[in-house]
Ligand binder design. Structure first.
Ligand code: GLN
Length: 535
């Protein structure tokens, strides 16, 4: 069988939850026994989001093969079993880059290189690449941006061509739009959706399925009105009302709206039986939990939820594993110091310091870590968070005055964190960190081993700096256990404190591997330890 293509576009405005919709559709199709591949097309010119500020873009999600990608790929992985790699995250920058490279090599044999067909062909080839090795039943492609934007036009043209060439039984267009409610009139308005469909029609695309974001479930009358004005069958107008309880309820909402059945029927496929029990059970666990666990996140981008999206999601998975609700207490490290640390952290059950770059807020993070270490509060340090724990221990236990990372103070007397050797020569910023999954040996008789129950793990990385090996002996003698390391024992991947209920720092990003169905062992362990703390 050939793969079927589902293209998901967005209309009216951004932030409608296209990524979650794509992930949820993947989840529903998988629950019926189909295989899916999910892909994101981003219309920006950056090659990838790796060099963008989290305020511009939210977190950078990292795949096993070390691609720095859009955070929507995080949803794809958390909601489905599909494998993601560099191939699943495409940007305008990548498309143009390869076309221009080929032009310089002379591959176009004297022809004028143009948006149509050269750019559109390159886009299409990136889509076809997903069915080269294995042939998934469905390839779901999310077109980033909003229909009507100049940037997304080549992508829309490419998918229009695909529909024309492969036909209606192999290509489906799903359009996600907004049906806003005018509060004073108390009325939901369909006009923006009609206009957005007109924009698509002008580009030669007639959507087959409309998913309408709306605050309360859409009435039958409204569905039939949208159906009539937009040339979309009434049963193909899906109401996507706001879900406030848990993001993991979204697939269920779409299942009730029959989104997966509508998609399958549009392709002329008789839907296989759905097995949604496991997902349902997991959602019930979330909804039935009543005990609350407060976790402090000490990070400089706390004002933007998307900046630590995978960390927050993974914490909630830790909650699922322990039947508790995880409540986030977001703390700006620039506003935390010795004078207020007790006040700010006295009501939390655990403290997490996430990854990051640059020295802003470092001193506040170190104060928070010292508090966790000395007051026996469960602590989880991720990447920069682990590095800060090393700095804190160096300064306050070993007496290394002004110990630091060379990232923040290149001339520190005690560079307990320093540049990885092979990073020294690198000048280019984009895509040059230590990226992607690497093996890590977990020491038996350690807390890490207790959590992982495995001596060899693979975790994803995104960093340039590491623990400076020559200080290892001193740290060990003072109570740090290096319980995880690279197979050549050169990179210390996990640190833990011996006499502490739960104090773990990891050089990698476990948040990229956690799923609600299979919570990451370290997040599960951290929340378990935190839930035992009496405030
Ligand atoms: N800035 C640190 C490094 O490059 C930590 C990176 C991170 O937290 N992702 O090593």
């Amino acid at each position: 069988m050939k793969s079927r293509y589902v293209f998901v576009t967005g209309g009216v405005c951004s932030s409608l939850g296209k990524g979650v919709t794509v992930a949820a559709l993947g989840c529903l199709l998988e629950s019926r026994g189909y295989t899916v591949a999910l892909q994101k097309m981003d219309p920006y010119i950056n090659i990838d989001p790796g060099t963008m500020s989290p305020y511009q873009h939210g977190e950078v999600f990292v795949t096993n093969d070390g691609a720095e990608t859009d955070l929507d790929l995080g949803y794809y992985e958390r909601f489905t079993a599909s494998k993601l790699s560099r191939k699943n995250s495409i940007s305008t920058g990548q498309i143009y880059n390869s076309v221009i490279e080929r032009e310089r090599k002379g591959d176009y044999l004297g022809r004028t290189v143009q948006v149509v067909p050269h750019i559109t062909n390159e886009i299409r080839n990136r889509i076809y690449a997903l069915s080269k090795e294995e042939i998934p039943d469905f390839i779901i492609v999310e077109i980033g941006g909003t229909v009507g934007d100049i940037e997304s036009v080549p992508f829309l043209e490419a998918i229009r061509q695909m529909r024309f060439e492969h036909g209606w039984d192999q290509v489906l267009f799903v359009h996600l739009t907004l049906v806003p409610t005018i509060t004073v009139a108390g009325e939901a308005k369909t006009k923006p959706t009609q206009h957005s469909v007109k924009e698509l029609l002008a580009l030669g695309i007639q959507p087959d399925v409309l998913i309408c974001r709306i605050s309360t479930p859409m009435s039958k009358e409204m569905k039939s009105k949208i159906s009539l004005f937009c040339n979309v069958k009434e049963e193909n107008v899906i109401s996507a009302s706001d879900i406030t309880s848990s993001i993991y309820e979204v697939p269920k909402m779409y299942k009730e709206e029959k989104l997966d059945e509508v998609v399958l029927k549009s392709f002329g496929i008789e839907p296989k039986k759905s097995n949604f029990i496991e997902w349902d059970k997991m959602v019930k666990k979330i909804l039935n939990a009543s005990k609350k666990v407060q976790i402090a996140i000490v990070g400089k981008y706390i004002s933007l939820h998307d900046a630590y999206r995978s960390v927050y999601e993974s914490l909630s998975h830790g909650g699922i594993a322990n039947d508790v609700i995880v409540e986030l207490v977001k703390i700006n490290p620039e506003e935390l110091d010795k004078s207020n640390v007790k006040e700010l952290l006295k009501n939390v059950n655990g403290i997490l310091v996430p990854g990051g770059f640059g020295d802003r807020g470092i001193e506040g993070k170190i104060v928070a870590i010292q508090y966790a270490r000395t007051k026996n509060i469960p602590f989880f340090g991720i990447c920069l968070g682990m590095q800060c724990a090393v700095i804190e221990f160096g300064r306050n236990v070993l007496g290394f005055k002004h110990a630091n990372s060379t990232e923040f103070n290149p001339s520190t007397e005690f560079p307990v964190i320093s540049l990885i050797e092979e990073q020294a020569e690198i000048e280019q910023m984009g895509g040059t960190m230590r990226l992607g999954a690497y093996p890590c040996i977990v020491k038996k008789n350690s807390l890490a081993y207790q959590e992982y129950k495995s001596e060899k793990i693979f975790e994803r990385h995104r960093h340039r700096f590491e623990f400076t090996l020559r200080y290892k002996q001193e740290f060990m003698e003072a109570g740090i256990d290096f319980s995880g390391y690279s197979p050549d024992e050169k990179l210390m991947e996990i640190i833990e404190l011996k006499n502490h209920p739960w104090f773990v720092g990891v050089q990698y990003h476990p948040e990229f591997m956690s799923k609600p169905i299979s919570p990451h062992p370290l997040f599960a362990g951290f929340i378990r330890a935190a839930s035992k703390v009496k405030i």
